[in-house]
Design a protein around this ligand. Structure first.
Ligand SMILES: Cc1cc2nc3c(=O)[nH]c(=O)nc-3n(C[C@H](O)[C@H](O)[C@H](O)COP(=O)(O)OP(=O)(O)OC[C@H]3O[C@@H](n4cnc5c(N)ncnc54)[C@H](O)[C@@H]3O)c2cc1C
Length: 462
């Protein structure tokens, strides 16, 4: 350990991923790090105000992604850790269960494949010495559906069906993040808000093959309340900067002489906004989450029905997919153009007006909802809020990460970068990132303290 550095680990980004990493680094049983030498930097005055507070708050089953992917493995491990964390820290949550609704034979075929896949996961390693085990799923009969959820429509004559995921639930993401922050700061960790990081540069290490082997200098830009830039040194740097994580990594690469860079810059993230619509009437009011059957290659899970934790639960629908270009031209619903977007500076935030839910998407959302909830009163649906998915593409002509197994699937990118000492990147952490967060934290803690072989074997190939 290099004593003269200010910190042992600096985490950039105070969303649910950065907070989970901070929590894991301070609670990991074999972490050699002193919690008082761990710092979390967040650019906003408060933690968790970007994607982590703009999502469906669903605790996912881990059903939608390829078996060996990080999305599947971290979601299943993360779900178990999350339920257990919520129980022991009084974080409001509820195992609501969810129904996935197929309207024809082809969609039922997709649900059958989902069952086969979950069976194949039983013996897949979870990355921490165990296996993923069973993910329960069960078919719901027509009679049960009509009894339990009379407002739900499935076209049984056309070969439709319902698959139940009993492990799916909902969580109060704000309370979860507050609990993580509390655990981290009580352990001795430090949180610094209003600290927008513009770059991280490896400190000189003559004769070393690894950049950063003598540590890193992290530059924090001035803000309205702190007018001077500052620099902090640390042994490890963890990039959990969400919507800015790729530009932060590219800024790190830009600060190196090109012949010294062990990695190439990544294409800028693409941004897929998801609009939500709230529903003000008391009927229909299903008692569980309702999802349409997944469409392979889609950029989201379809406009589904979620509930919140209030009593009685409020119903909302979403998110749809609207591609946005917040740092340049206007938004559109079509997939992003293959032309690279201008790269934002890492400290630059998405303009807040981009988050206004788009009323022009209400008509399409209503059509999608009526397929499974025909008695919905369209006049009681109103635009509510939105979140933005950080869509990672590893090549300039690739669309943002899609769903399912085939073309377009892009996994979470969580890795210790080769050729660098102490640099861990968490990129493209879209859904199911909230569910996976504690498992991402656990994985990053193991990468930082040099345990396990996740980083070398798993994740994305570049
Ligand atoms: C519409 C939508 C629905 C979703 N639904 C679900 C769901 O139901 N279940 C589920 O499991 N997942 C869901 N997700 C995914 C989940 O919300 C995300 O994976 C998760 O919140 C990502 O957390 P994060 O910490 O990586 O990102 P963020 O929450 O965006 O946190 C990153 C933080 O880094 C800070 N930051 C960025 N750059 C800098 C910098 N240069 N210096 C300092 N700080 C910086 C930001 O201000 C921000 O606070 C959904 C996502 C979306 C968009």
């Amino acid at each position: 350990m290099v004593e003269e550095l200010d910190f042992d680990a600096v985490i950039i980004g105070g969303g649910v991923i950065g907070l989970s990493i901070a929590h894991s680094l301070t609670s990991h049983h074999s972490s050699p790090l002193d919690p008082s030498r761990i710092l979390l930097l967040e650019r906003h005055p408060q933690l968790g105000t970007e994607t982590s507070s703009r999502n469906s708050e669903v605790i996912h089953g881990g059903l939608y992604y390829p078996p060996a992917s990080l999305k599947t493995r971290l979601c299943i491990r993360g779900r178990r850790l999350l339920y257990s964390f919520c129980e022991s820290h009084n974080v409001p949550h509820r195992k609501t269960g969810k129904w996935i609704l197929a309207q024809d034979c082809a969609q039922t075929g997709a649900l059958k494949r989902m069952i086969e896949k979950t069976k194949s996961l039983r013996d897949v390693e979870d990355g921490v010495g165990g296996t993923l085990g069973e993910t329960p799923l069960r078919w719901v009969s027509r009679e049960e559906s009509e009894r339990e959820e009379p407002d739900v429509h499935v076209d049984w004559e056309a070969g439709g069906s319902i698959l139940e995921s009993p492990e799916t639930g909902i969580v109060d993401s704000h309370s979860f993040m507050l609990a993580l922050e509390g655990r981290f700061t009580e352990a001795g960790g430090t949180v610094a808000v209003e600290s927008p990081v513009s770059k991280a540069t490896p400190l000189p290490a003559p004769g070393s093959d690894s950049l950063g082997s003598n540590g890193w200098e992290i530059t924090v830009s001035p803000t309205s309340t702190i007018p001077d830039p500052s620099a902090i040194t640390s042994r490890a740097v963890i990039n959990a900067a969400g919507l800015s994580a790729v530009s932060l990594f590219n800024a790190i690469l830009s600060s190196l002489p090109s012949e010294a860079s062990p990695a190439e810059k990544l294409p800028p993230l693409k941004y897929a906004k998801g609009n939500y619509f709230s529903y003000s009437r008391s009927s229909p009011r299903p008692s569980r989450l309702l999802y349409p059957a997944p469409v392979a290659g889609a950029s989201g899970l379809g406009t589904h029905l979620t509930l919140d934790l209030s009593d009685p639960p409020r119903v909302r629908f979403g998110p749809d997919v609207e591609w946005v270009t917040p740092f340049s031209s206007p938004s559109s619903s079509s997939p992003p153009s293959p032309e690279p977007e201008p790269e934002p500076r890492p400290e630059e935030t998405i303009p807040t007006e981009i988050y206004a839910p788009n009323p022009a998407h209400l008509a399409q959302a209503t059509r999608e909802i009526k397929k499974y909830l025909p008695s919905i009163d369209a006049s009681s649906l109103v635009p509510d809020y939105s979140g933005i998915r950080p869509k990672l593409s590893l090549h300039h002509n690739q669309e943002g990460g899609g769903l399912g197994e085939g073309k377009g699937f892009v996994d979470f990118y969580v890795r210790k970068e080769k050729g660098f000492a102490g640099l861990v990147n968490c990129l493209g952490i879209e859904s199911p990132g909230l569910t996976s967060s504690l498992a991402v934290g656990e994985m990053v803690a193991r990468l930082v303290v040099g345990e396990g072989d996740w980083g070398e074997r798993e994740g994305l190939k570049r």
